[in-house]
Design a protein around this ligand. Sequence first.
Ligand SMILES: [Zn+2]
Length: 342
Amino acid sequence: MKAAILVEQNAPLVVAEVEIPELAVGQVLGTVECSGICGKQLDEISGKRGSDPFLPHLLGHEGAGIVMDAGPGVRKVKNGDHVVLHWMKGSGIDSATPSFMWNDTVVNAGCITTFCEYTVVSENRVTPIPDDIKFDVACLLGCAVTTGLGVVFNNAALKPGQSTAVFGIGGVGLNVVQGAALVNAYPLVAIDLHEHKLNRAIAFGATHTVNASHADPGAFLMELSKGQGFDVVVDTTGNRDISQLAYNTTSATGKTILAGVLHHQMPITIDAHPLHFGHQITGSHGGDTKPDIDIPRYIQLYKLGRLKLDEQITHRYSLDEINKAVDTVRKGEAGRCIISTS
Ligand SMILES: [Zn+2]
């Protein structure tokens, strides 16, 4: 089967034929009909998070496909089931990671990979979905949507009418806006460097936007909140200065949520005093999503027309065009960019 292989950092992915391994305990073989691209994969390719001991390896952590076979012990899905492929752990076996053969070279893979025609994933990384949900929207439930909504509902436990600011309107940030709008956060401020992302944020419920390429978001937030700061401020960028700004624009009893992951060994400096009086700061782990519970809930909302998924997709590429797709995402040109294998 065809797969995109990260052979070396800062180089194009190599699309090549690899051999599918036999299924071990707790592993599921499935097609990957559609996959999304996340910042995590851009970081893996660019080496932003350091050198990579697993090269060469496969990539991708949000997808959707059809189950073709199940290894020993698998109970959660059966052949023909449509599934979301997600990186957060759900119920089921946490299997060993598979290895694929590329000619004579061993290619590593994690518990989930999605930049490929077929995938071998751990049982706890699949969640069955109804057959009438399109794969392109289903794959967004593998990371971006569930993380963004999870930040709002699990990490922030946002209440109606609370003021909310979101730094970075990528896949996760847009869904933080969408989740906050679902509970009528007000004001709901979206901050980004790209005008098209801010326009999308307005379509998803933001009440105010700041283009940080020519305006000072910190000054804007403090003025809008009359110097009090916001109830909830989310940083999805993983940028140290922005994480600090997010903390500094949170109210004395508010919550700062770091959804973007800072580099290892990248300290941030904050005034800890407010932490003794109600200010909270926390890092989000995939929105602390529980896939088995959350994905069906979100699908129900989508079917009711209450959750925008189709509207997030701006670009589509084939697996052969993966490097073009990665470039598009890296340049900040895309909303959600979908890789389709068929
Ligand atoms: Zn992701």
